[in-house]
Design a protein around this ligand. Structure first.
Ligand SMILES: Cc1ncc(COP(=O)(O)O)c(C=O)c1O
Length: 408
């Protein structure tokens, strides 16, 4: 038997039939017409946002829509956050349906000219990733007769300790190295762009409050140093994010209140050049991961060499991350349940596998579950972020999973 992660707090005390947004999982499957499917509970997202607001000092909260760009979810989140962060013109178009362009920022290396045109025409902020990108943006702005809004994305000389995905403190395709950032700010100002400040993103999926606190303090110091070097105060410093969620056994949830208290202190004593600066944090998974449940139905149960395989109708083509193939070094089990038997004692050790012809398609590896039968619904939690949109949905030609948002 191998351990699995803990159920998110909204589900942990449930017993009997799993309910999502107050409705039994079976009911959602009937509504969707078929499985597999994702259900996203917006009430859970709203609770995370409320917790963030209560814990943090007066800063802006941006949602990084790459975590889950489902249109109904976006529409529900947009009024609850101050900005949206996008990473392509496709995401920009989705974001602009629900939020004014002035509160949208566009990050990502390799923005094509047509993407720069879309962002500059709309008036979204480009988080400029290189001097070359800035030059192209100026040329496009001139041609269009629009002043580009630009923040300088800095490749920080700090890393977010313990993060699942480090994006600072090393050579990087993201942002310009800190040593060149002030020069780029001066160039942007000299060219007449609308300079929005700095975007400094050091990493993702960190559960250690101490590491986030340390990184935020270093980020504020870096922004102040760059502002001094450029002799100009930034209107906004986006401090990045990196708030992680507990996917696996032994993971402890991030102490957001501790992060908030430390950030309040750091901002209260910030260098004078940042006195009038606004600050933002941009989060993806921390807002939405725990709000999503992937429901998949048991098609077959088979034995092989003493092991039991529960074969379900969904797999890594919809929920790549749960199979351990989306950026994790060691495969570990997401929390999994038999939807009809929440809270029942485990009676057997099984591996939950999808229908794809690859040994990678394993959603649960030797997990302990209560009795499970053909036709049962299996629930895989922590499915609200980097699920449907971060999985190889075309692989092997199975139909896409349905996605339903509840609580709106
Ligand atoms: C620039 C940027 N912002 C936000 C995010 C969202 O990260 P997470 O979903 O871990 O909060 C990422 C993730 O890679 C990112 O690169």
């Amino acid at each position: 038997m191998k351990p699995m992660g803990a159920f998110p707090r909204e589900f942990v005390a449930q017993s009997g039939a799993l309910t999502i947004g107050g409705r039994p999982a079976d009911g959602w499957a009937v509504e969707a017409g078929d499985t597999p499917m994702f259900v996203y509970d917006i009430e859970i997202v709203a609770a995370r946002i409320a917790r963030f607001r209560a814990a943090m000092p007066a800063i802006d909260l941006h949602y990084a829509i790459k975590a889950n760009p489902h249109a109904d979810l976006l529409a529900a989140i947009a009024p609850l956050v101050d900005g949206l962060d996008v990473a392509s013109s496709g995401e920009l178009a989705k974001a602009m349906i629900v939020k004014p362009a002035a509160s949208i920022s566009f990050a990502g290396p390799g923005k094509r000219d047509d993407e720069l045109v879309a962002a500059i025409t709309a008036g979204a902020t480009l988080n400029v990733e290189s001097e070359g990108e800035a030059t192209r943006a100026f040329a496009i702005g001139d041609r269009l007769g629009h002043t580009p809004r630009m923040a300088v994305r800095v490749n920080p000389d700090i890393e977010l300790r313990g993060s699942g995905m480090r994006m600072g403190g090393r050579a990087s395709p993201f942002g310009v190295d800190a040593v060149r950032a002030a020069a780029l700010v001066k160039a942007i100002l000299a060219a007449g762009a609308d300079w929005r400040g700095f975007h400094i993103y050091a990493g993702s999926q960190a559960l250690d409050a101490g590491a986030i606190i340390e990184t935020q303090a270093a980020t504020i110091a870096l922004a102040a140093r760059l502002a001094e070097e450029a002799s100009v105060a930034p209107p906004l410093v986006n401090l990045g994010g990196g708030f992680g969620v507990p996917y696996f056994a032994g993971d402890a949830a991030l102490d957001v209140e501790r992060v908030g208290d430390a950030l309040a202190e750091a901002l209260a004593s910030r260098p004078a050049i940042l006195g009038k600066t606004r600050f933002a944090i941009e989060l993806g998974r921390w807002l939405v991961a725990e709000a999503g449940v992937y429901l998949t139905r048991v098609i077959d149960i088979k034995q092989s060499q003493g092991e039991t395989f529960v074969v379900v109708d969904g797999g890594l083509n919809h929920q790549l991350a749960a199979s351990g193939n989306f950026g994790t070094v060691v495969r570990r089990n997401y929390p999994i349940a038999v939807a009809a038997r929440m809270g029942h004692a485990p009676t057997e050790t099984v591996s939950v596998v999808g229908p794809l012809c690859t040994p990678l398609d394993r959603l649960g590896d030797k997990v302990a579950l209560p009795p499970v039968h053909v036709g049962d619904l299996i629930a895989i939690f922590m499915a609200g972020a980097y699920g449907a949109s971060a999985s190889p949905t075309a692989f092997l030609g199975h139909p896409p999973a349905s996605e339903i948002v509840t609580g709106i």
